[in-house]
Design a protein around this ligand. Structure first.
Ligand code: UD1
Ligand code: CA
Length: 456
């Protein structure tokens, strides 16, 4: 196989987005557009991938990190000028160079492979990925000659009324013979409505030089959607969501309402897991089998075991075991590790806390900076008092301990193995294992108090 290279164009500001955020960093299903593009391109066994950065260069580099090499386009003079910036990295190479726009997030490696096959078979110097758009407004149009061969691409703004009727569009994705690309790119002029150096002009130049120009038409326009504004961004979001959700359903996950279930591209979900509407799964989330994720739950960068039930809850940067029930309305904050068969009930907040197997905090608790052993019962309203305004302190509740309702555990403090804390206690000192600690004022009943008061 020929060596393969890729150039991803990502230097534009994206004026039409009307945003502080650079266009290619706008997320689709939680992942920046340009990263979707780069991740797909990386599936093509590339020797090098170069991203052209300009506006927001540092932010784009930070996002993509080592996935790409970078070339700076200091001034955005057009897509041909953008590709030219990769000259020092690519111009001496022999092989095939794929050029992709950073604002076409739905494009798949399969489609690019199909374009590459066509390119190979035709022995072309350039192959354009085209699609038929119901509404081609804004896209470059593919102009074919009487034999049906591609003659040139005309930008929407430069097109005649007749050319604008053409529905076959340039998707902005091409593969080139690398040497031909860097040779002809020097010949592109900026003599057009926008005064820009257009990459698509390379096609007409090559054609006029008698080179073979090929086109691969995909029947999936959605996949080639170019995102220039927020309307297109919302369409991209919808298509990507459908694609992700379909994949999970085909893998054996039940989505009760896939139109209202939002799953990140990285999520991994086991078979027979059921996800109810309004659930948002962000970042790297791994969910086991036979788990039920209740409606309107939000899971982010977390691992959830099998046979666990999560209802109307928020879980961030945490690990949840098997056979656990969480919620409704629980909040599991970062660095929490919940064992197996644990129960975290309604209005319980957990932060940076470990729960051993079979432990429970069933109602109305705050458990932060804590190590809870196995088989512990934290009664309704148990609170770890972990913060003195400056520093955070640890609470330890050892295996089998029972903390009565409405107890304050003032950290640092340890409740020993199998100990009891009486309801309403404010615990400031360690409780030895097996002990009962009562830390509350004694009850005083004043007989006939009310009767006497009313008499006065
Ligand atoms: C471009 C194509 C058009 C095609 C459409 C597909 C050109 C001239 N037109 O139009 O034929 O139908 O994509 O979506 O190529 N960029 C740079 N540097 C620049 C200019 C642009 O890096 O100087 C980057 C942008 O960040 C963007 C990509 O190139 O990711 C495409 O630029 P954009 O301005 O969106 O081009 P379109 O008008 O959509
Ligand atoms: Ca575009």
């Amino acid at each position: 196989m020929d060596k393969r290279f890729a150039v991803v164009l990502a230097a534009g500001q994206g004026t039409r987005m009307k945003s502080k955020l650079y266009k290619v960093l706008h997320p689709v299903c939680g992942k920046p557009m340009v990263e979707h593009v780069v991740d797909e391109a990386l599936k093509l066994s590339l020797t090098k991938l170069v991203t052209i950065v300009g506006h927001g260069a540092e932010d784009v580099k930070k996002q993509l990190g080592k996935k790409s090499e970078y070339a700076l386009q200091a001034e955005q003079l057009g897509t041909a000028h953008a590709v030219k910036q990769a000259k020092s990295i690519l111009a001496d190479e022999k092989g095939t160079t794929i050029v992709i726009c950073g604002d076409t997030p739905l494009l798949t490696a399969e489609t690019m492979e199909a374009m590459l096959r066509e390119h190979q078979e035709k022995g072309a110097k350039v192959t354009i990925l085209t699609a038929v758009a119901e509404d081609p407004t804004g896209y470059g149009r593919i102009i074919r000659n009487e034999n049906g061969d591609v003659a040139k691409i005309v930008e929407h703004k430069d097109a005649t009324d007749e050319e604008r009727l053409v529905k076959e569009i340039n998707t902005g994705t091409y593969c080139f013979d690398n040497e031909a690309l860097f040779r002809t790119i020097e010949q592109v002029s900026n003599d057009n409505v926008q005064g820009e150096y257009y990459l698509p002009d390379v096609i007409e130049i090559l054609k006029n030089q008698g080179e073979t120009v090929a086109a691969y038409q995909t029947d999936n326009f959605q996949e080639t959607l170019g995102v220039n504004d927020r309307v297109a961004l919302s369409q991209a979001e919808r298509y990507m969501k459908r694609r992700i959700n379909k994949r999970h359903m085909q893998n054996g996950v039940s989505l009760i309402d896939p139109d209202h279930t939002y799953i990140s591209p990285e999520a991994v979900i086991g078979r027979d897991t059921v996800i109810y509407p309004g659930t948002v799964i962000k970042g790297r989330v791994v969910i086991g089998e036979d788990t039920v994720i209740g409606q309107n739950s939000e899971l982010e960068n977390s691992t959830i075991g099998s046979r666990t039930v999560i209802k109307q809850s928020v879980i961030v940067d945490s690990e949840i075991g098997d056979d656990v029930t969480i919620g409704p309305f629980a909040h599991i904050r970062p660095d929490s590790k919940i064992g197996n068969q644990v129960r975290i009930g309604n209005f319980v907040e957990v932060k940076k806390a470990q729960f051993g197997d079979r432990s429970k905090a069933s109602h109305l608790s705050y458990i932060g900076d804590a190590e809870i052993g196995t088989d512990v019962n934290l009664g309704c309203g148990s609170i770890t008092v972990n913060y003195d305004g400056k520093n955070k302190f640890m609470t330890k509740v050892e295996d089998g301990a029972f903390v009565g309702c409405n107890s304050n555990l003032i950290a640092p403090v340890t409740i020993g193995k199998g100990a009891y804390v009486a309801a309403g206690s404010t615990i400031t000192d360690d409780v030895p294992g097996q002990a009962l600690s009562i830390a509350r004022a004694r009850q005083v009943n004043k007989e006939d108090y009310a009767k006497n008061k009313h008499k006065k």
